[in-house]
Design a binder for this molecule. Structure first.
Ligand code: NDP
Length: 293
């Protein structure tokens, strides 16, 4: 399985970037890392998974993450809390998890139900246990180019690019979306790897023309099929982060059927970035445990 990824740009275009195969490779590495750790007498990494309320999508995401944990050998501990939990109690739980020696990573499934304040919760997670990489310490270190746990989705995109031999160095990259969890860290990771990066958003003028300048186009918008071929330079690499639930099932931000034929490489939805996000959560949890043990 680990040797089946075609390498860009030698393969005939377009290369369909397979996030399922790449994620399996990451998870196999994590499983091997955990075997190493436990063989040396350490406990297996522990991930606390905090779910507040009963949003069906959040429940499904948490279930998948816990399945991944079981697959690689991470001890997941589930904290299911009622939607009306007082902020103080939730904050106190995070502090307790920060102190626990058996917990190496703390994941709070977002979004939190109103009126809970997400920022208060995220900022409480100890930086060493911030396996989602959303905290100010983790993001600040990313800005400064220092070691820290990186946000899983953009880190997963970087790993996909590496696995497929797509080097951002010197490339013109355009990221559509400026969220704290995807767009901004994505831009910073590409910058760290010497891409020349433009970040676009809902107020960007002439978005399609800017996107057409990209050798590497990352869509993280949340609008089904918004990026058609009028946004894409022929021969570009297109990474579709979007996950949109529609009548036709899960679709990305990129109109895959329209865009794929003119690209050098492209991620599908599903089966592209999504599985890598989950795999990188496992990798971050192992890295957090290694640093703490
Ligand atoms: P947000 O809603 O937080 O951010 C969306 C961004 O897109 C904003 O910066 C917004 O601009 C911009 N935007 C919205 N409409 C337009 C437009 N018409 N033209 C240009 N820019 C626009 O979303 P997220 O970053 O959290 O998620 C983005 C997508 O990625 C979603 O589909 C989400 O489900 C998916 N996702 C997928 C993950 C994965 O594992 N594959 C993980 C996380 C998210 P502005 O800032 O001006 O409002």
């Amino acid at each position: 399985m680990t040797d089946t990824l075609p390498t860009f740009p030698q393969s005939p275009s377009p290369v369909i970037i397979d996030g399922v195969v790449a994620a399996a490779r990451v998870k196999a590495e994590v499983a091997a890392g955990i075997c190493d750790l436990t063989a040396r007498g350490s406990v297996a990494p522990g991930l606390a998974v905090v779910l507040v309320g009963d949003d069906p999508a959040s429940i499904a995401y948490v279930r998948m993450k816990e399945r991944d944990c079981a697959e690689v050998g991470i001890r997941a501990t589930d904290y299911r809390l009622p939607a009306d939990i007082p902020q103080k109690e939730l904050n106190a739980l995070i502090e307790e998890l920060n102190r626990s020696e058996r917990v190496h990573g703390v994941l709070v499934q977002l979004p939190l139900p109103a009126p809970l304040d997400e920022a208060q919760v995220i900022e409480r997670i100890a930086p060493a246990k911030d396996v989602d990489g959303f905290g100010a310490d983790s993001l600040g270190r990313l800005v400064r180019g220092e070691r820290a746990l990186r946000a899983c989705t953009p880190a997963g995109v970087m790993r996909l690019l590496d696995d497929y031999g797509i080097d951002p160095d010197g490339k013109r990259a355009v990221v559509v979306g400026r969220s704290v969890i995807v767009g901004k860290p994505m831009a910073l990771l590409l910058l760290e790897r010497n891409a020349t990066v433009t970040v676009c958003h809902s107020r960007t003028a002439d978005l399609a023309a800017l996107c057409r300048e990209a050798d590497l186009l990352v869509a993280a918008v949340g609008r089904p099929g918004m990026i058609d071929r009028s946004y894409v330079k022929p021969g570009a690499v297109v990474i579709d982060v979007g996950i949109n639930r529609t009548d036709k099932g899960l679709v990305g931000d990129v109109d895959f059927a329209d865009v794929a034929p003119i690209t050098a490489a492209i991620t599908p939805v599903p089966g592209g970035v999504g599985p890598m996000t989950r795999a990188l959560l496992m990798a971050n949890t192992l890295a957090a445990a290694q640093a703490q043990l």
